[in-house]
Design a protein around this ligand. Sequence first.
Ligand SMILES: NC(=O)c1ccc[n+]([C@@H]2O[C@H](COP(=O)([O-])OP(=O)(O)OC[C@H]3O[C@@H](n4cnc5c(N)ncnc54)[C@H](OP(=O)(O)O)[C@@H]3O)[C@@H](O)[C@H]2O)c1
Length: 265
Amino acid sequence: MVGKVALITGCSSGVGRELCRTLTEKGDRVVATARSLERLEGVSAALKVALDVTDQDSIKQAIAAVMNAYGRIDVLVNNAGYSVRSAVEEIDLEELAHLFDVNVYGIVRMIQAVAPIMRQQGAGKIINIGSVSGRLTGLVNGGYCASKHAVEAISDAARLELQGFGIQVSVLEPGAMDTDFFRTLSQNSDERMQNSQSPYHPFYQRDLAFRKKQKRADLSKATGEIDAILARKRLKGRYPVALPFVFSLLLALPERLREWLMLRV
Ligand SMILES: NC(=O)c1ccc[n+]([C@@H]2O[C@H](COP(=O)([O-])OP(=O)(O)OC[C@H]3O[C@@H](n4cnc5c(N)ncnc54)[C@H](OP(=O)(O)O)[C@@H]3O)[C@@H](O)[C@H]2O)c1
């Protein structure tokens, strides 16, 4: 039996790259995508295609290449994403717009491109990689958290709209994982966060110190959990992935106590 055709965005590193390996080993026909094909060197996949989730033409060409090769798409994993840190008062609006372009509009563009194909098949799974930051908003992280809260809402709406066509939509909410994510974040944000003139300097310093000692889940553990979720016949709306107990606890606490802890600990 031939494996499922699984299209994944953001496969040049981290979750996307490791998920390509896991699904390929299982026998799925993985379509690995990233902005640049060179960055896909060494990635395990049946097909590699350039795809920038902010570029409609690039998406159109990539989907055409997949349909040309396999004539179907069974699974779409919307994984491409990144983060920047800033206090709300200091967010650069262009930067915020780009963050939403990748993390939110990128997912919407991909759903718009793939849902008609899955509708015609009468089946398909769409997995959106959100974050625990889509449930819990931290200090100096408002922009990224807003984008991941938006992923939750888009996923919920699409899930209700598409289920009658045999398409299941689910959002995954990972905790911190050991990927390039934090390297990209440091490149985007750390210099600005060193500005001692900022009224938010103490918050920035605390965030920088926290990130240095933060425990991050092993990537293969996280993608193992994702693989198990993908193998389910019926998907729930959302799944935590590699979520440390402290976050589950914070989510369960009354708001005032949670905020008190977040400001002090
Ligand atoms: N790592 C964590 O702690 C963590 C926690 C919760 C959620 N997440 C989420 O998990 C997902 C994967 O992140 P990761 O941890 O694997 O980080 P990563 O190693 O930095 O990988 C991010 C991927 O996104 C791709 N990407 C960025 N902009 C893109 C664009 N415009 N079009 C297509 N691809 C683009 C990058 O590819 P190129 O730059 O090579 O194009 C890269 O392959 C993200 O949605 C992230 O928000 C991560």
